[in-house]
Design a protein around this ligand. Structure first.
Ligand code: NCD
Ligand code: ZN
Length: 429
């Protein structure tokens, strides 16, 4: 029996921080409490009063392999996740080639297992080639192990394709995770349509390009009984629609990104593409609605939408740069600093939105929650000292973040997956 003892940490116990140790045996949580002891040959880590949380779960990341390994690889992206305290991540299927057949899906899962520093759940695309024309063979993808389905990066334009896909997915109680975007209504916009777009002279993406598709797909979810999950909600009206659908008993869930909680279009410095992503940063009112939606339970969980790109690509100006920012290595600290430290929400809520909630929404049995018998998936954060966000210290190949230079509390100290140390700040000091 191999034992690891985490000593002198702190944990949230009934809403308060309390001293805590964790004993790990053979990769599982064996005990959580104070003054725990272990065998003489146990590995012992002194956590120095830092915060112990369940390993975080990020259900929306882009790992780029195969197809775009200049931006990220499974190895770098999963190490970035470990550095952020994430022990389970779900990887989107906008890859080249995408994993739209059982053979490709198996090959992708094998790559994920071989190179992943953390647990990786692979999304299957919803449609063949992510082309939005014809659904994948859901039964075959399910048999191959696919449990999450998304064409993320693109909205599915044809309602009948969504209808067919949801009919199939509903049979297996599988979620469709939707990047809600009507391309005609999006109208080639690169920034939220509004006064900031006008001031910068950039084509705006109106909010209805998101809300119109959400409304349509809610109706299709109602008709089919499928679990409809909206990726990265960004508008007040999207949240109102989802709130209403939930009240009607429709099986709808959604996620919000840290950046849509932290920033609005008015925060974008002129022509800085580190602030360019899809959906775009919306108005301050939308940002506030995202926070309110999270607080009232309309928004189920937080996901980073970690979307690495090369420096060269992101330095082409707002019009020509690709959409997306990295998020794995900054999510916890940014949200802890802005919202928990300022008393807007609690540490318990933040930990739940970043671990328990996505686990419940997607029935992720392999992600541990610090209960005895669970896999020892554990994150350790330093919430007492400030650090500076420095992209050159990221494990991700992507340095594209608008939060460079931010002073934050909540840097990651150690991360364990199945009891194995996958990130240790001491290695980088
Ligand atoms: N979010 C982004 O801005 N970009 C994502 C695609 C996506 O999630 O929409 C990407 O793959 O780069
Ligand atoms: Zn997306």
């Amino acid at each position: 029996m191999s034992q690891t003892l985490l000593k002198n940490g702190r944990r949230v116990v009934t809403g308060q921080l309390a001293a805590s140790d964790v004993l790990i045996e053979d990769g599982k949580i064996a005990a959580v409490g104070t003054n725990l002891s272990a065998n003489d040959d146990a590995t012992v880590y002194d956590l120095d009063n830092n915060l112990i949380t369940p390993g975080l779960v990020d259900i929306h990341v882009h790992l780029r392999e195969p197809g775009y390994t200049n931006k990220e690889t499974i190895a770098t992206g999963s190490r970035a996740a470990a550095h952020g305290g994430f022990t389970t991540i779900a990887a989107m299927a906008n890859l080249k080639p995408t994993c739209d057949t059982p053979e490709r899906f198996h090959a992708q899962e094998a790559r994920n297992v071989k190179d992943g520093a953390v647990k990786i759940i692979q999304y299957s695309p919803v449609t063949k080639g992510r082309a939005g024309q014809k659904p994948v063979d859901v039964a075959a993808q399910y048999a191959a192990g696919a449990r999450l389905f998304s064409d993320d990066g693109a909205g599915i334009q044809d309602a009948s394709v969504v209808y067919q896909a949801m009919q199939q997915l509903a049979k297996y109680d599988l979620p469709i995770c939707d990047h809600a975007q009507d391309n005609q209504l999006a109208n080639g916009g690169v920034i939220n349509d509004g006064s900031v777009a006008k001031k910068m002279g950039l084509p705006g993406m109106p909010k209805i390009s998101e809300t119109a598709q959400i409304a349509r797909n809610i109706v299709i979810a109602q008709a089919t009984g499928a679990h409809y999950h909206v990726c990265h909600v960004s508008t007040k009206e999207s949240i109102e629609l989802i709130r209403h659908a939930k009240q009607l008993g429709i099986n709808v869930t959604c996620e919000v990104t840290p950046h849509h909680l932290l920033l609005a279009d008015a925060d974008i410095p002129d022509d800085d593409a580190e602030y360019k992503m899809n959906p775009p940063l919306r108005s301050r009112e939308d940002q506030e609605a995202c926070l309110a939606g999270l607080l009232d339970g309309t928004i189920d969980c937080i996901a980073t939408d970690h979307a690495p790109h090369t420096d060269a690509e992101k330095h082409r100006g707002f019009l020509a740069s690709p959409n997306g920012i990295v998020g794995s290595e900054t999510a916890f600290a940014l949200l802890y600093t802005r919202y928990v430290k300022n008393g807007i929400f609690t540490l318990v809520e933040l930990i739940d939105w970043l671990s328990g909630a996505p686990k419940r929404v997607f029935k992720l049995e392999d992600a541990g929650q610090l209960a005895v018998g669970d896999p020892a998936d554990i994150a350790v954060f330093d919430i007492d000292h400030q650090t500076t966000i420095k992209p050159d210290q990221f494990f991700s190949k992507g340095h594209n973040t608008p939060f460079v230079g931010d002073r934050v509390y909540g840097a990651s100290v150690k991360t364990f997956v199945d009891g194995k140390l996958v990130y240790d700040r001491e290695d980088t000091e």
